[in-house]
Design a protein around this ligand. Structure first.
Ligand SMILES: Cc1cc2nc3c(=O)[nH]c(=O)nc-3n(C[C@H](O)[C@H](O)[C@H](O)COP(=O)(O)OP(=O)(O)OC[C@H]3O[C@@H](n4cnc5c(N)ncnc54)[C@H](O)[C@@H]3O)c2cc1C
Length: 561
């Protein structure tokens, strides 16, 4: 990569999909993806992956002021990388070479003052600013589709603000810049024996600022789940000035300013750093895989676990379809991947009690494997074996498979929600039945809708649904995308109608706005709009995400617009 390609300091990304440009599927993985697509029968035409030279991007409509010229890029690569996120629709549109709304410019601030200067310029010149972390949004959060009322758009990439700048060992907290990718911040914490231990599936290509802005959910299945739990204080640059909150372990002083910033999705300000609560790196680990004869029994067991006070770090329930899809089930059994971790104490008592609970609900497990996983030395290795290890490897590699699935004309997507236990069964059955019916109607074939729990709370689980369907057999990805739109609009509606949240951890962005408007009280949204009018009076920050700026009806745009 040459300086003329980009102002980024990171490796070259696959601008149209997941991963770095030079990362490829192994032959084995490629064969498996093709076999998965092949299960639907018939031939599929594969569309060739796009190259930068395939795109004739609209010329930039704006130019930066001289003072910002050195941190602003208008190269095709930089504009393409910042044009879309990483949803199915984003990848499909890239394969269609259909990027009508690239950002006019991409700014790479080196300092907080640079961020403020970009916001000053944009506010004065009616330019929309889209804060950009890792760009892993799957709901249109980073897409500069803001309507016609702006002079232009700037994507604001925080990647140079990626340091762990201060560690408070006594309080076990660190001040971390918002643009740090997961692996970057973990590498800086590791020498201190510390970890944030917030591991979304997108860890490698998502940032602290993106997590805070979207209220992301990490790997922990209970207790420490949402990034919200780790935020001690935030520092945010807004067009109206700096909003910095006080570091406190807890506070009952009125509505929390951090709670307003967390989840604001770039619409209120640019988070530049945060004090984050850390953890000691775990030294004790234990895991077990438990099979249940039915989903109902498995759900009862997980509910008991979630209300037991044991707080397993891993409590992923795979329904029979999900277990089979991941090669760890027979299509009838539900599989629970259970894990505990601690930096302080052996886990025998926790695991013992958890296994008693699952056994009460008909759960079957390998007693010897569970026992071996408790042994300190063997434990780490055991952790990566069996169904737990197999599922974990598939989980990390899964995003890499999707580009080829899209190229083959497959629609493969996920949606997630959360619901209280009393309504779970109705939601689970309803979502699976209705989604399968929509796929049957739109794509003309049967499709299995799989479900797993990503997180469990004492009062309910966060189910995560996934499906694959044939979008096109002829390489007509426009048809595939149109079918995805129908399915996506329907699943948004189904989840909200059945009482779930429109998103448990994938944010609102542009694609979930309709559902967000249905689940959030109108008076609250009016109050949020009031906050936006104060912090962003010119209405330039990520217009169309969450709410519209005052007097500028942007509405639902992006992939569903
Ligand atoms: C394969 C895959 C797996 C995923 N797995 C998970 C998962 O396990 N858990 C989960 O929660 N999500 C997951 N996601 C969704 C996504 O990774 C999260 O929403 C993540 O938090 C986004 O972080 P990012 O740095 O990539 O933000 P971006 O995608 O760059 O931005 C997301 C939103 O936040 C805003 N934003 C970004 N940085 C800032 C900032 N510094 N200040 C203000 N606003 C900002 C943007 O404007 C945008 O609205 C996944 C996505 C993919 C593609």
């Amino acid at each position: 990569m040459t300086q003329s390609d980009t102002l980024s300091h990171r490796g070259k990304l696959r601008f149209y999909g997941w991963g770095y440009a030079d990362e490829h599927l192994s032959a084995d993985e490629e064969a498996r993806v093709r076999a998965a697509a092949g299960r639907f029968g018939g031939d599929l035409v594969e569309v060739t992956a796009p190259r930068e030279s395939d795109f004739d991007l609209r010329a930039p409509r704006i130019a930066p002021p001289a003072a910002l010229a050195s941190i602003v890029s208008a190269t095709p690569y930089d504009r393409l990388v910042h044009s879309l996120g990483k949803s199915f629709a984003d990848v499909a549109r890239m394969f269609l070479r259909d990027v009508p709304q690239p950002p006019d410019l991409v700014a790479f601030p080196r300092t907080e003052s640079d961020v403020a200067a970009v916001l000053d310029w944009a506010s004065g010149a009616n330019i929309a600013v889209i804060p950009f972390g890792g760009g892993s949004s799957v709901c249109g959060g980073v897409e500069p589709d803001v309507g016609d009322s702006y002079a232009g758009t700037v994507s604001l990439d925080l990647q140079y603000l990626n340091g762990v700048v201060e560690i408070d060992r006594a309080s076990r907290a660190a001040r971390i810049q918002a643009g740090a990718l997961g692996p970057e911040l973990e590498a800086q914490l590791k020498p201190h024996g510390l970890t944030l231990r917030h591991f979304p599936q997108s860890l490698q290509f998502s940032t602290l600022g993106g997590w805070i802005a979207t209220r992301s959910g990490g790997h922990y299945a209970s207790l420490y789940t949402h990034i919200d739990d780790f935020v001690e204080s935030t520092r945010t640059v807004t067009p109206a000035g700096i909003l910095e909150t006080r570091r406190l372990p807890g506070s009952g002083a009125g509505p929390s300013p951090d709670r307003m910033i967390v989840g604001s999705e770039g619409s209120l300000g640019v988070i530049v750093e945060a004090w984050m609560r850390l953890q000691d790196r775990p030294t004790f680990q234990a895991s077990a895989s438990i099979a249940f004869p039915s989903m109902a029994k498995a759900v009862a067991a997980v509910r008991a676990l979630s209300q037991s006070g044991l707080f397993p770090t891993n409590c992923r329930l795979l329904d029979p379809v999900e277990a089979r899809n991941n090669g760890v089930g027979d299509g009838v059994s539900a599989i629970l991947v259970l894990g505990f971790e601690s930096a302080d104490h052996p886990l025998d008592a926790w695991m013992h009690r958890a296994l008693e609970l699952v056994a009460d609900h008909g759960g079957l497990y390998d007693v010897e494997a569970a026992r071996r996983s408790l042994a300190p030395r063997e434990g780490a290795a055991e952790h990566r074996q069996g169904a737990a290890g197999q599922w974990r490897n598939a989980f990390i590699r899964m995003p890499y498979y999707r580009d080829l699935m899209v190229a083959l004309g497959m629609i493969t997507d996920t949606f997630e929600t959360a619901i209280t236990w009393d309504r779970f069964e109705t939601l689970y059955e309803g979502v699976r039945e209705r989604t399968a019916a929509v796929i049957r109607e739109v794509c003309g074939h049967e499709a299995g809708v799989a479900c797993r729990f990503t997180h469990v709370y004492p009062d309910g689980p966060a189910p995560y649904f996934s499906y694959s369907a044939v979008g096109t057999r002829t390489g007509d990805l426009a048809d595939s995308l149109a079918k995805w739109r129908e399915i996506k609009a329907a699943t948004n509606e189904i989840v909200v109608a059945l009482g779930g949240t429109i998103t448990h951890h994938h944010a609102v962005g542009r694609d979930h706005r309709g559902g967000y408007e249905r689940q959030s009280p109108p008076l609250f949204r009016a109050a949020l709009a009031g906050a936006k009018a104060v912090l962003d009076p010119a209405g330039v920050l990520n217009p169309g995400v969450l709410i519209d700026p005052a007097d500028r009806p942007i509405g639902v745009r992006g992939a569903l617009g």
